[in-house]
Ligand binder design. Sequence first.
Ligand code: ADP
Length: 356
Amino acid sequence: MEKVKAAPAVSPPQAAPSGLARPERRDEDERDLSLRPQRLNEFIGQRVLKENLSVFITAARERKESLDHLFLTGPPGLGKTTLAQVVARELGVDFKVTSAPALDKPKDLAGILTTVTEKTVFFIDEIHRLRPAIEEMLYIAMEDYELDWIIGQGPSARTIRIPIQPFTLVGATTKAGNVSSPLVSRFGISCRFAFYDETDMEAIVRRSAGILKTSLTGDAAALLAASARGTPRVANRLLRRMRDFAQILGSGVVSREVVAEGLKRLEIDSLGLERHDREILRIIIERYNGGPVGAETLAISVGEAVDTLEDYYEPYLIQAGLLQRTPRGRMTTPLACRHLGVDERRGRGPGEQTLF
Ligand code: ADP
């Protein structure tokens, strides 16, 4: 069937959004491949999310349908990509992966969607960075499993509809608030990732040590788990470093002493903060009197892109109770002052400010 209609106005190309400088992410992903859980029962933590997904996956399989589109949100390194792969494996279907910045022109998306096999899980990372023309194309693809394709140019241009295989879109983002509501409303399932608690982090560290064939004592696992900012990617990275320290400085066993020494050398403190985290807090306290300070100003002060500050550093500082996001800007909490050992009066909380 060919439906002919007026060509939709194609939005002008946008300037590429400022890049999220996270080389650490991709490096880790490359090296972490063997550590990625393959099945849902290997995926540690996020219990409620996992239980619900398990029901939806089983139901879709029984009906022999593609799983409804899935929206994954949460800070980096918590397992969004991993879960998307697990879902594909549990469904027994193909997995395709891309990221929004890689989809430059509608033909990039069409090239993928016209070649996917039935029920494929198609993962788009950083979905908040989709260009408008691609997002519009995706709406129809998600809803009707068809693509609008424009043939010709100018007044003689017309649109044809190309059928595609039913598929499951998994859209992941660290910035749920930046995804347009028409797109969000087209996802049937929405999962929000939370930071992992220490019990789950410990289980992740132990599992990874087993896969890496690294001997790790119980108390070392607990210390590592407590120092990894509730983030599996960080836990795996730290474990590899501790393995290095154990190999070069010790007997090869990752003991509590090795971890304590290793964390000290990496300048990671008892809350899992790195030097740069502490610098961010210190700058707010000392230069901005505890805040509020706007994200842009703060990003310039600490020499980071706003995206990196918001996506990578702030979520954990907020979760740890050290930082607050208020309508007027970022503020440190009294806990941050105590943790850094600086004068609490320089980092007053909201409502505690005085004229003197
Ligand atoms: P995201 O896509 O959210 O940035 P990833 O899916 O790339 O995060 O996860 C980062 C790494 O953390 C993975 O390589 C994997 O080894 C590990 N990981 C993530 N979630 C889990 C989990 N629930 N259990 C065990 N390991 C995990």
